[in-house]
Design a protein around this ligand. Structure first.
Ligand code: IVH
Length: 675
């Protein structure tokens, strides 16, 4: 391994400082200095340097945010100071009562100064900085012990790995800050749409998405999610003194931590109530979920005097927003058919205004849910917008009124009339007809979507017409459409027909990951599609892969591997993919920079522990050489790399006659040496 010259070291140092500054401006100040392309260039240059000179890749380098190896389970972190919870005030009266209690306790009638903050509906976490470096991140847990999610926390870009040295004063010896990890609303809808396409269950709200993303065993999954943070309260601090909540917030902001810009100082409870009114009106404009206002006595001296009762501070309260609910009548329970044929019941409602929008549909999720809530046509129901997304039915509000019979799932597909299957013990109901127009419609929509081959202008109504008229019955039919066929459709002018033909033409040149994602294989979303594209490089290689090989791909577990294998085991699917591929010009992912021709396409299995490399590094090197890594040995395996304490794979490789390499031979092979 070459050693970095001082010139190279200085360049890496400079790149790191630049990238840190851009991260800070982008993620914390929301005020970037450079565009994405320029940022990417800097990042790529630093990655290249660190690849060539691994000793430059310090743990706090901005490249390290992609995360480190997953741990088996999260460790436990004891909070040095307990993470308290907040008592609630449900209305202005209870808020005023809280203020009165404080004055009584302090035996002082003077107005109390409050810091009024947004109550964020995210996941509470604690960050620990020692001598300015992020050393730990944990969830709140039970307030006393939390889960160690340091590796995941480090992937959140608005969390600095190093604090900024303030203009005046030094870095604190120890700084514990608590904050709320949030999942931005704009990205939430996208995430759920992606999950739906991949046949994965949707997150109920952004809070769950934040929690689900942070509590991943593999930090790479966390890294791929656009999590953000607002820091809001102190833990133990050594080497710095703050005298109020406001001063604390400004202080940590100067250290590079992100705080919520909507925090205000209020000179008394009346101003807190005015702030609550103001936020209530504006909460829908925020890009994150908020469920109220937190009012905190601003002075730390007064906070100390007030102390706490039963796990909540006496000096703070959560003044909650009113729930976003409305009453309306269920006119019909419709059943929608999804891409994989699954049936979803939807309540068609008498339109009702709720939080600024008119609601006419609410999800009923599945039959179990309908039974549990006993929702029937004609019922008056309470609906709620959970996290401002798809509204759902909370409950029937007048169950004693005369009622219609219970809802039953149709025995035949409401679209094509084919049989509906339901496995005992499972929640789902599915249409058996692979040619069901509803399924075809959804498949085409998915294939043409932004994350698929991205056919601009192929909207839902058009797809429905194309399928209903039997013009498009398979994905490859799209590529045989003529302008005349399109011009014959409703609301299709000559010019738009030509534009669509052009867009379809453009989509012929596409990338492998888009095609894989576009196929709509159950459990395969954008991320998995990308991993598959990197590993297999051609659609033919992917189709030829056996389940074991699929399981060896990064981030692919048993269920996903099985689903992919089942998809390609189906002759109909194989034929459709072959015909589709014949219409496309599919590019593999970019060639690895330095590959050895002799290793391209070869398949490796790793076992045991290597001395010089982590498993991750070994995998990366194999991939960079244009080869692939699989989890299990088969006759197709080219090399078994055996480190210390290699187990049963060694025997199996022997039985199958797979070539075995020890670490030295492996490194030599990668370096281009002969075996
Ligand atoms: S202060 C003792 N400030 O609400 C002080 N908490 O029920 C407690 N939360 O678990 C924390 N926004 O995670 C504070 N601006 C804010 C907050 C906030 C949301 C969460 C916090 C805590 C829960 C309290």
């Amino acid at each position: 391994m070459p050693k970095a010259s001082t010139k190279i070291q200085a360049e890496a140092e400079r790149l790191r400082a630049q990238i840190d500054r851009h991260n800070y401006r982008y993620y914390v100040l929301d005020d970037p200095e450079v565009g994405d392309a320029e940022y990417d260039l800097l990042m790529r240059r630093l990655e290249a340097l660190e690849r060539d000179y691994p000793e430059l890749a310090t743990p706090d380098s901005p490249t390290q945010r992609v995360g480190t190896a997953p741990s088996e389970k999260f460790g436990v972190v004891a909070h040095r100071r307990m993470m308290l919870s907040l008592a609630n005030a449900m209305d202005a009266e209870e808020m005023t009562e809280f203020d009165r209690r404080i004055k009584r306790f302090l035996k002082d009638e003077a107005e109390v100064e409050y810091a009024a903050e947004v109550k964020l509906d995210g996941l509470a976490i604690e960050l620990v900085y020692e001598d300015g470096r992020l050393t730990a991140g944990s969830t709140r847990g039970d307030g006393i012990n939390g889960e160690d999610v340091t590796a995941n926390i480090r992937t959140i870009r608005s969390i600095p790995l190093k604090l900024t040295k303030p203009a005046r004063g030094a870095l604190p010896k120890l700084l514990e800050v608590r904050g709320e990890v949030i999942f931005p609303r704009h990205a939430f809808e996208r995430l759920n749409a992606e999950r739906a396409r991949a046949g994965e269950p949707a997150f109920a709200n952004p809070r769950n998405a934040a929690a689900g993303s942070l509590r991943q065993l593999d930090p790479k999954i966390t890294a791929a999610r656009p999590l953000d943070i607002f820091c809001h309260s102190p833990g133990v601090i050594e080497g710095l003194e703050y005298s109020s909540q406001w001063e604390f917030l400004q202080g940590i902001k100067a250290l590079g931590l992100r705080i919520n810009p909507l925090t205000r100082i209020c000179a008394g409870v009346a101003e807190v109530i005015a702030y609550w009114n103001d936020l209530t009106a504006r909460r829908h404009e925020l890009d994150y979920e908020a469920d109220g206002v937190v009012a905190k006595v601003n002075s730390f001296a007064l906070q100390n005097q007030l102390g706490e009762v039963s796990r909540s501070p006496r000096w703070a309260i959560a003044y909650k927003f009113k729930a976003q609910q409305a009453e309306t009548v269920v006119r019909e329970i419709a059943v929608q058919v999804g891409r994989i044929g699954s049936l979803t019941p939807v309540a068609k409602l008498a339109p009702v205004a709720l939080a600024g929008v008119t609601i006419a549909n609410a999800s009923l999720h599945n039959l179990d849910e309908i039974r549990r809530k006993d929702v029937r046509v004609g019922d008056t129901v309470l609906i709620e917008r959970a996290g401002d997304v798809i509204p759902y039915v909370v409950r029937v509000t007048r169950p004693d009124a005369p009622r219609k019979p219970e809802f039953i799932m149709p025995a035949q597909c409401p679209v094509c009339g084919a049989a509906i299957v339901h496995e005992e013990g499972e929640v789902g109901y599915f249409c058996v007809n692979a040619n069901c127009p509803a399924r075809m419609r959804e498949s085409i929509r998915h294939f043409a979507s932004k994350a698929g081959v991205d056919i601009d202008g192929l909207g839902d109504k058009l797809v429905a017409q194309l399928v209903e008229r039997g013009i498009v019955l398979e994905l490859d039919d799209l590529y045989r459409l003529s302008r005349e066929q399109l011009a014959g459709l409703e609301r299709m002018a000559d010019k738009s027909a030509q534009n669509l033909i052009d867009a379809i033409e453009r989509s012929r040149s596409t990338t492998l990951d888009r095609v894989i994602n576009g196929l709509g294989i159950r459990h395969v979303g954008e991320h998995t599609a990308r991993q598959l594209a990197i590993r297999f490089r051609t659609i033919e290689a992917l189709m030829a892969a056996v389940e074991d090989e699929l399981r060896g791909v990064r981030d692919i577990g048993d269920e996903v591997a099985r689903s992919i294998a089942e998809y390609f085991a189906e002759p109909r699917n194989r034929q459709a993919v072959v015909r589709l591929a014949a219409q496309l010009k599919i590019e593999p992912p970019p060639e690895p920079a330095a590959g050895r021709a002799g290793l391209r396409g070869k398949s490796f299995v790793l076992t045991g522990m290597l001395a010089a490399l982590s498993r991750d590094e070994a995998e990366r090197k194999i991939l960079a050489a244009g080869a692939r890594v699989t989890g299990a040995i088969s006759r197709k395996t080219d090399y078994l790399v055996a480190g210390a304490e290699a187990g049963s794979k060694l025997r199996k490789a022997g039985e199958l006659g797979v070539k075995m390499l020890d670490e030295e031979a492996f490194l030599k092979l990668l370096d281009g040496g002969e075996l």
